[in-house]
Write a protein that binds this ligand. Structure first.
Ligand SMILES: [Zn+2]
Ligand SMILES: [Zn+2]
Length: 335
């Protein structure tokens, strides 16, 4: 059954409050947070974020998707570690709420790792955005009986990218909530940044937010085929910073502090200014990837840098910054 909720509030199930403290401890060991540079290829694993909240990382490998494509492509081995999107698992006495699903082919391993956290059923699946490395597994989760709740623009993009007949059952506009087992989870869509349907999933009682690819470990990428916007990206990050959180679960990589997110926004603003300057100088679009200075931002070499430079963000980024520059110049002209 498909249900669209036009109201800003998608309260789906109000359950009477139960005590969270009675949950079984997970069997998996919690590993310290390490950057990609200190990690090696490995299967999926779970890390505890806070009591009742876990992140499932990995599998880590030399490319996406894994195994690496036989045909040469920007996704072939590049000496960097890659992983499908980080999955958040919120445990409640009445079942699990998860954020993102990784690729469809990751589902069997994901379910095994989630079982080490809790044997309760997955009740709700929320999504940060439609990309297959984050939510290729939505169809599998629906088959397993979960209810998928997403931003309505995200569902449009998902439905266009997916051809197995699956579609999220419930949508919301800019804000939605889930209540299960006395736990409230909020979903915020602030603006178009990485994709049109970017959604931040916020756990207010724990002060943790899942950012999806809006803040990966590495540089941000903009999906211009889905109408992305680098300017919108900065705006949505400033809205994100208004939420009260101390840890962010990124789309890929280690947990980030709020201060690290603040710095990340500044870095993107610097990058946008640099791109605008290249446009202003008349640098041809095909040369801007090489000329865009990223090393002092920590993004000279990361999996997402390769996605950005090789997989086609540059023409859209150039066009957007050109439009911004023209707008600024128009405003400067006295009337
Ligand atoms: Zn991603
Ligand atoms: Zn993405």
């Amino acid at each position: 059954m498909k249900v669209s909720i036009a109201t800003v509030r998608a309260r789906m199930l109000a359950a009477t409050a139960m005590v969270v403290a009675g949950l079984a401890a997970p069997a998996s060991a919690v590993e310290p947070q390490k950057p990609y540079a200190e990690l090696t290829p490995r299967p999926m694993w779970a890390e505890k974020v806070k009591e009742g909240l876990y992140v499932v990382r990995g599998p880590l490998g030399p490319c996406l998707p894994m195994p690496c494509p036989a045909v040469p492509s920007p996704l072939n081995p590049d000496g960097l570690l890659h992983e499908p999107g980080d999955v958040a698992v919120r445990v409640t006495p009445e079942g699990l709420i998860i954020v993102d699903t990784k690729f469809a082919y990751n589902i069997p391993e994901l379910l095994k790792v989630i079982k080490t956290i809790s044997d309760k059923p997955i009740k709700y699946v929320l999504a940060s955005h439609y990309h297959a490395d984050h939510n290729g597994g939505i169809g599998e989760m629906i088959k397993l009986g979960a209810t998928v709740v997403v931003n309505d623009k995200l569902r449009d993009a998902y439905d266009r990218s997916k051809h197995d007949g699956s579609s999220p059952q419930v949508t919301f506009g800019d804000y939605g909530t889930i209540q299960l087992g006395g736990v409230k989870v909020e979903m915020h869509h602030f603006a178009t940044g990485h994709t049109r349907g970017d959604t931040f999933v916020y756990f207010p009682d724990l002060k943790v937010v899942h950012t999806g690819d809006v803040a990966p470990e590495g540089m941000p990428t903009f999906d211009y085929r889905d109408g992305a916007s680098a300017v919108g990206w900065v705006n949505e990050m400033y809205d994100l910073l208004k939420l009260d959180f101390d840890w962010a679960i990124p789309g890929h990589g280690r947990l980030l502090t709020k201060d690290e997110i603040r710095q990340y926004v500044k870095n993107v603003e610097i990058m946008n200014d640099r791109m605008k300057e290249l446009v202003r100088q008349g640098v041809p679009v095909e040369d801007t990837g090489k000329r865009l200075k990223l090393d002092d931002l920590g993004w000279a070499r990361s999996a997402s840098t390769n996605t950005f430079l090789l997989a086609g963000s540059i023409p859209g980024y150039y066009a957007e910054m050109k439009a911004v520059l023209e707008q600024e110049q128009k405003l400067d002209v006295p009337h």
